[in-house]
Design a binder for this molecule. Structure first.
Ligand code: NAP
Ligand code: 8YV
Length: 323
């Protein structure tokens, strides 16, 4: 839908997260946008709910059945993110509502951060930075030695679009690569293991990059961490729900694994405080896709899906359940 559509003919759209200006601006030009109205002003929301034909949100946005049921005219849910684990797709499908997401355009960015986190936790880059800034280098001399990454064994939990982008990068580090997924990928030379525990037992670094949701809840549990072992590192760039965070905290406290680097958490934006003070842990605030370039590409695709829908064209990237 082009910018400058007359106000009266614009479809009504509800946002369900704080969207970046470079998505909100084009949406404001083409739709009547109700920015998180269901959260900020329920009474005003009740008055416009019957007009709302579209929802726009991000990968962490919640679109539960209870919200869908309040929107009788809803036609499409457009997520600016590849993950849509908090959207009730079944409830949407029952009503014939389309759900779209933004796969592919963020593969490089998320894979880059996964490698960055692996290097950070193994080589202790954040701690090294602090070592210089706090004057410890001058007072205490050289830092203790760290763990080599090049040539080590990498396990990838979830060898989809992003998992494969991680594998490509890891190959350049001379790492041996093994993986687990729901099914073995024919034509790929990497070793396949049927479970996360079997994979963890064979690797030095375990990178998690599956979808979230019930299908993967606590896939990384105490048994997997035990299999990874006291020299092993966990890196999670998937969803917090995929890792049993309590089991992880305990494993880190007891030295069951060597360390962890986490971009996602069970409760965002409030990661378990026990993690904050752990020296063998690197934490980032769900930033794997967060560059201007990639977020712009995601915003363009999210807006493109909405335009395609309202122009009667095929959707650019519906979620697999809606294809
Ligand atoms: P994708 O192409 O669909 O790949 C998902 C992979 O996970 C597939 O290999 C799939 O196996 C595997 N998988 C699914 N369920 C599994 C299970 N129960 N056990 C083992 N493996 C399982 O998805 P993608 O584009 O790579 O994105 C993956 C996820 O990354 C997203 O859904 C999102 O949650 C997360 N993500 C996070 C950030 C961030 O900011 N940290 C950014 C982007 C994405 P099969 O191949 O056998 O189906
Ligand atoms: C973003 C993500 O945090 O794509 C995903 O699934 O988790 C991230 O890229 C989010 O979608 C931004 O809206």
């Amino acid at each position: 839908m082009s910018a400058g559509v007359p106000l009266l003919s614009r479809p009504h759209l509800l946002t369900v997260s704080t969207l970046p200006s470079f998505l909100l601006e084009p949406l404001n030009a083409a739709y009547v946008v109700h920015d998180r109205l269901h959260e900020t002003d329920p009474a005003a929301f009740a008055k416009v709910a019957a007009d709302i034909r579209a929802i726009a949100g991000g990968g962490e946005s919640q679109v539960p059945r209870s919200l869908i049921e309040q929107l009788p005219a809803l036609e499409i849910i457009s997520i600016m993110g590849v993950g849509y684990d908090r959207v009730d797709v079944a409830a949407a499908k029952e009503r014939g509502i389309s759900v779209t997401h933004t796969p592919g355009v963020l593969n490089d960015e998320v894979a880059d951060l996964a490698i960055g986190l692996m290097l950070s936790v193994a080589r202790r880059i954040p701690q090294a930075d602090q070592y210089v800034r706090t004057g410890r280098w001058g007072r205490e001399g050289a830092m203790p030695l760290t763990r080599k990454v090049s040539g080590a064994r990498l396990g990838i939990v979830g060898l989809g679009r992003i998992g494969q982008a991680i594998a490509t990068r890891a190959q350049a580090f001379g790492m041996s690569i093994a993986y687990t997924a729901r099914s073995q990928k024919p034509g790929l030379a990497h070793s396949f293991f049927p479970t996360a525990a079997a994979l963890a037992a064979q690797v030095d670094f375990l990178i998690v990059i599956t979808p979230g949701g019930e299908g993967t809840r606590h896939l990384i549990n105490a048994d997997v961490l035990k299999a990874l072992g006291p020299e092993g590192y966990l890196i999670n760039v998937a969803r917090g729900s995929v890792v049993d965070e309590e089991a992880l905290v305990e494993a880190l406290q007891k030295g069951v694994i060597a360390g962890a680097a986490l971009d996602v958490f069970a409760k965002e934006p409030h990661p378990a405080t026990a993690l904050w003070s752990m020296d063998q842990v690197v934490l980032t605030p769900h930033i794997a896709s967060a560059t201007r370039q990639t977020r712009q590409a995601m915003a363009d695709l999210a807006a493109g899906n909405l335009s395609a829908h309202f122009e009667g064209k095929p959707l650019l990237s519906p979620v697999p359940e809606c294809q």
